[in-house]
Design a protein around this ligand. Sequence first.
Ligand code: SF4
Length: 474
Amino acid sequence: MTAFRTPIEPENIKLLIAERIHDPQLRGNIARATRTSLVKRAAVVDDYPDWENMRDATHDIKRHVMENVGSYLAQFERNAAAAGAQVHFAADAGDASRLVCEIAGKHGRRVAVKSKSMTGEEIDLTHALERAGFEAIETDLGEYIIQLAGEPPSHITAPALHKSRGEIGRLFAEKLGIAYSDDPEHLTKVARRILREDFLRADVGISGVNFAVAESGTICIVENEGNARLSTSMPKVHIAVMGFEKLLPDFESLSLFLNMLGRSATGQRITCYTSLLTGPRREAEHDGPGELHIVILDNGRTRMLADPQLRSALFCIRCGACMNVCPVYQKIGGHGYGSIYPGPIGSVITPIFRGEERAAAMPFASSLCGACAEICPVRIDLHHLLLTWRERISARRKGKYVERLAMRAFQHIAERRALFDLSGRLLRFFAPLLRDREGSLRVPLWGATRDFPSPPEKSFRQLWDEKTEREERG
Ligand code: SF4
């Protein structure tokens, strides 16, 4: 795979895409991985009764929780505290990282094991811990691989999805000093052996949260490797980081969401490990942390909540299905977007988390085909949310005078039948002069990076009139 140089930041999206679009190996890796995910998902969705109604149900539950988030948050905090957990609130990424480092650093603790957490990625927690002098170790295999590679994740459920097994084998040989092998089982065993030692010496375990149950103050973590369970039960202190959108009212709704998440994310009826944690270790218990801290993050979520057009983005359960099905994601992968939240949902939420200016190009990296909205288990109308962003960003842009003028001219013509027909006739008349060797029209500026198909000899209306005439003549 090519060694890419452009920093993975949303403002670099055009360069990032240009680098990746011409890399056949990267495109092959992504295409294979996303295709496999979609096939596995389809097999288990089909066997779930009433899938479409369940999508409605998850959407309604999330909408209800977000409409009443203040009371659910208070209920969750009350019940978690009653069970012995310490609940903290963080206004933004810096606040959250500082809080975690402070809690982790108490009593001179220096080694932290982390399980996969997109909220942790959102606040750049690993680097914040390292800057504060901690040894921060990723324990999810995908995260472990990209930590060795010094890269951010390229998918929200499969962080190393862009890498082939050969590339991972070479990475392990270089970074861990082992003989090269591309056997996944062998490489997994190597990582497991190293990580076992890390779990034993860790003072602090850090995790994300998939769901937070308000009725009991319970946090729920789903995973397939057992590393999250080890990270949250072996060290003396467990710190869980979550956005407030993870709230659910009760266990009944949790059971529905667990069914939808496993199927949509990894094509499993249920993931291998589902941990329900209510408070730290109790007196009679033999294992578990002595302290459980839950850090609840805002970081722009309140703004999203107050925005009726974007609020539904908070319903996301981070399954990653919209990425797998997206024709743009399939070509450029997660790093092409420049954000740790890539794909359709990433293009909706990154402008909130990273700033509208920096992420202004992301909502335009979509074909608006609507496949993302069709697959989303919580029925988020993703392509319309992308359109909302496009409208807002375009309205704020000042320098695109020519583009606006062209659109106004088009609107003027399209609203007048005679003008529309005349422009079609003119276009067909001049088309042979503008045609290139492939048969597309050479259109400067806007058309320089797009295929502009040559118009057919007759317009649809002409063909329709001719057909009607033939039929009338019998
Ligand atoms: S937007 Fe929907 S499909 Fe995409 S990650 Fe979130 S829940 Fe999954």
